[in-house]
Design a binder for this molecule. Structure first.
Ligand code: ADP
Ligand code: ADP
Length: 227
């Protein structure tokens, strides 16, 4: 799904969190929103998801004006920094949650289970469907969170500093892993990070935000001057 962001504004009081942002996100690309804390990355991601109402401008999903679409209708998958798994549910039920309670046709438990096991294979957590979140490492929990987001077959996958709470070693491994998953599944993906190296390594293009303004957009090679 292609996204068009036109002159998007969000004001929280004194200064704009988004100051008229224009950005085209191509179908199937992985784009990183990069910028320091407070630059508007999360606000932009939440506006795309429909979790935040802009004060001006428009977002298009393909040709559809998103202001006419509810959160459910946008059909996005969201992964948060702090995993937000349901702690009283096993991995299987966490991943199945959107399929059981979300949009789309009602599916049998057998179909849901099969799909969950496929997703566990994709995120390399085979055999862990019966565990509770507390029985997983931080990196494993984020892989469950990604599987849950993918389970609804989202039109757009939104990741808000998904590895931000993990230590450097785990984060490095997960970056490469996410890149692989992206190549296998081909979802249009928006990835928020304040880590330049992470943005470079992961993304097809980087969009740099500063104080609510989009400063540059390009491939890592276009953005960074390498020695
Ligand atoms: P980033 O994700 O780049 O750290 P945010 O999008 O979270 O930036 O925030 C952009 C600006 O908007 C910051 O100045 C932040 O303090 C402000 N902001 C974000 N959310 C709110 C809110 N709910 N109420 C007031 N100000 C907010
Ligand atoms: P509601 O009354 O349910 O909040 P709205 O009609 O205000 O519904 O908005 C529907 C959804 O679209 C909400 O999730 C809102 O955050 C979002 N939204 C509202 N205005 C815009 C806009 N200009 N661009 C993108 N999304 C918008």
């Amino acid at each position: 799904m292609e996204l068009k962001i036109r002159n998007l504004r969000k004001d929280y009081g004194n200064f704009p969190a988004l100051n008229g942002v224009n950005l085209d996100i191509r179908s199937g690309e992985l784009i990183a929103l990069l910028g320091p804390s407070g630059s508007g990355k999360t606000t932009l991601l939440r506006a795309i998801a429909g979790l935040e109402s802009p004060d001006g401008g428009q977002i298009f999903f393909g040709d559809n004006d998103a202001s006419r679409q509810s959160v459910q209708h946008r059909h996005v998958g969201f992964v948060f920094q702090h995993y937000a798994l349901f702690r009283h549910m096993k991995v299987l039920d966490n991943i199945a949650f959107g399929m059981r309670h979300g949009q789309g046709p009602k599916q049998s438990e057998a179909v849901i289970r099969k799909r969950v096991l496929e997703l566990l294979d994709l995120v390399q957590l085979n055999g862990l469907e019966g565990r509770y979140p507390a029985q997983l490492s931080g990196g494993q929990r984020q892989r469950v969170a990604l599987a849950r987001a993918l389970a609804i077959e989202p039109k757009v996958l939104l990741l808000d500093e998904p590895f931000g709470a993990l230590d450097a070693q785990v984060r490095k491994g997960l970056r490469r892993w996410l890149r692989q998953i992206h190549e296998e599944t081909g979802h249009t993906t928006v990835f928020v990070t304040h880590d330049q190296e992470e943005a470079m390594e992961l993304s097809d293009r980087v969009a740099v935000l500063h104080k609510g303004d989009l400063q540059q957009v390009g491939t890592p090679d276009e953005i960074y001057d390498s020695p």
